[in-house]
Design a protein around this ligand. Structure first.
Ligand SMILES: O=C(CO)[C@H](O)[C@H](O)COP(=O)(O)O
Length: 241
């Protein structure tokens, strides 16, 4: 069966996409301005993962020479950084990380987040915890009153799949396995639906941390962001924790 899509729908789709990209670019650009004056020859920057961060990496290439290099939270970000000739470091090789720049799938006013839509949550959480300052860049669609509409990703060790799925039903979540996905750490991902509108993200984060086989979960409440650069159609808001 052939479906004909009206030209006006295609035009509208590209207009929305373009607007979203403009917002992502604006947030990324604000982060560049935020860190610019702190950069020194020996500075290493922590870099997240995703479409918003890709804009940040593209802008960062212009600051090459003003900092030493970067530590990436995923293979995909590492490849992009490498393409621009930005020096890559392993987290274990660095003593101090002044900034970690990343986006989020959802963020609330306390700067707690759900992350991991791009499956990089474990490395993101480790680097975010190691960093002195977490700067989150996001467009205004990511800001929510209560976290939980976006499913919570959990990265787990493959042999624990059935055990974890059963456990998730017991705590009232609807677990959906991301078929065919292998994380950079060789693990798998389940997305938890219906654990919505919870008031206490720290409680859920700790609860999930406590289940055997789960390597990490996408709630970033114990280590929330320090600064949110939130891009809107009329400018960028600076929201401090
Ligand atoms: O947590 C993440 C990846 O694991 C990303 O930060 C999150 O998914 C947002 O991505 P995007 O900028 O593409 O909306």
């Amino acid at each position: 069966m052939i479906f004909k899509i009206h030209k006006s729908y295609i035009k509208r789709y590209f207009k929305i996409l373009n607007n979203m990209n403009n917002l992502k670019f604006a947030a990324a650009n604000a982060a560049i301005e935020e860190i610019r004056s702190y950069l020194q020859k020996e500075t290493i920057i922590g870099i997240g993962t995703g479409t918003t961060i890709n804009f940040f990496i593209d802008l960062l290439k212009k600051l090459k020479g003003k900092f030493l290099g970067a530590v990436a939270s995923s293979q995909s970000s590492a490849i992009r950084l490498k393409k621009y000739g930005i020096l890559l470091f392993e987290l274990n090789d660095i003593k101090y990380l002044p900034f970690y720049i990343d986006s989020a799938d959802e963020i609330d006013i306390n700067l707690s987040m759900i992350k991991g839509g791009g499956a990089a949550l474990t490395r993101e959480k480790i680097i975010a915890k190691y960093a002195n300052r977490f700067i989150c860049i996001a467009d205004e669609t990511k800001l929510v009153k209560n976290l939980g509409k976006f499913p919570i990703p959990i990265e787990f060790i493959p042999i624990a799949k059935n055990y974890i799925i059963n456990k998730m039903y017991l705590i009232g979540a609807n677990p959906i396995y991301r078929k065919g996905l292998l994380t950079d750490n060789g693990n798998h991902i389940i997305d938890l639906y219906n654990l919505i509108n919870y008031i206490n993200p720290v409680y859920i984060e700790k609860l999930l941390n406590n289940i055997s086989g789960i390597v990490s979960n996408g709630i970033f409440a114990q280590r929330s962001a320090d600064l949110l650069l939130l891009s809107k159609f009329n400018g960028v808001d600076y929201i401090n924790r």
